[in-house]
Design a protein around this ligand. Structure first.
Ligand SMILES: Nc1ncnc2c1ncn2[C@@H]1O[C@H](COP(=O)(O)OP(=O)(O)OP(=O)(O)O)[C@@H](O)[C@H]1O
Ligand SMILES: [Mg+2]
Length: 271
């Protein structure tokens, strides 16, 4: 990957507009810290980049190396090198973790991976993220602790070796040692050329991985960009200086109130 460009994306979910003309460009080798107050659209932007069907892109485009991927399904985006680690990885009862990993790897290559190579790479990856490889026989994320789920997301990144990784609050729920371990993995992949967009609310992870850029999303738009000092300042001072110094209104846009006129319960009540 050379460049990922988000151009003026307007996107909504369940009729609510969340991204309001969001634009951002990342180049190969970038490690971008993506910040913003709760509920202002960070996860939505990453989900839209990955092609999550819950979000409808009304206008704008996503270009990967100048190719428009806005309408591609998530599997095709993944094959093009995109990867996302979820803020809240979903439980997938009935799907055995090991089968899921194998199917994911096979979807990224022409020949299916041999059992021996699969065993070798998963064993190494489990060790690297500090999880017991017995977990491979359990259903995906079901009954995993919060930290185990996050480590399991990083494990998938290790197996798929994406060219661009979108990590959504990967540090939340990790204990201190796990955070250092995961930061080590991110730094190693950075050296190998993986590009990162990393959402976090805390500077602890950013201190360990030194992002070269920061972007701040407010009300569904990138409101400010800067270098790593911007992420540090936000983590120390919060977001109020954006308002004072840059005139950025950080109050969340009000959503349309749900009208009781549209509520089925009202019809029942009238009867
Ligand atoms: N699938 C959805 N359906 C309805 N509303 C949604 C959906 N996804 C997100 N939203 C709403 O869009 C807004 C932005 O949510 P998003 O998860 O992107 O915020 P965020 O910046 O990641 O916040 P946080 O820091 O709390 O993770 C929120 O008000 C959220 O409730
Ligand atoms: Mg989020």
């Amino acid at each position: 990957m050379e460049e990922l460009e988000v151009k003026n994306i307007v996107a909504e979910a369940e009729g609510n507009q969340i991204l309001n003309g969001c634009s951002l460009k990342v180049k190969s080798g970038d490690c971008l810290a993506l910040l913003g107050p709760n509920g202002h659209g960070k996860s939505t932007l990453l989900n839209v980049l990955m092609g999550d069907p819950r979000y409808v892109v009304k206008s704008g485009s996503i270009l990967l190396d100048k190719t428009d991927i806005t309408k591609l399904t998530p599997d095709l985006r993944s094959q093009k090198g995109l990867f996302m680690a979820f803020q809240n990885p979903p439980d997938v009862p009935g799907v055995v973790t090991m089968d899921f990993f194998r199917a994911s790897i096979n979807a990224h290559q022409k020949q299916p991976i041999s059992l021996l190579n699969f065993y070798k790479s998963t064993t190494t990856a489990y060790k690297e993220v500090g999880l017991d490889s017995d977990m491979a026989s359990r259903h995906l994320n079901e009954g995993y602790s919060g930290g185990e789920k996050k480590r399991n997301e990083i494990l998938q990144m290790l197996l798929l070796k994406p060219s661009i990784a979108l990590l959504d609050e990967i540090d939340s729920g990790l204990d201190v040692d796990a955070l250092t371990q995961i930061a080590g993995i991110i730094n190693e992949l950075k050296k190998q050329g993986t590009t990162f967009i990393i959402v976090s609310h805390y500077d602890r992870l950013y201190d360990l991985i030194n992002p070269n850029r920061t972007a701040v999303i407010v009300n569904g738009k990138i409101a400010l960009e800067g270098d790593s000092s911007l992420a540090k300042r936000i983590s120390k001072e919060g977001y109020s200086f954006l308002e004072r110094e840059y005139g950025i209104d950080i109050k969340k846009n009000e959503k349309k109130p749900v009208s009781i006129g549209a509520c089925a319960a009202k019809q029942v009540a009238i009867k």
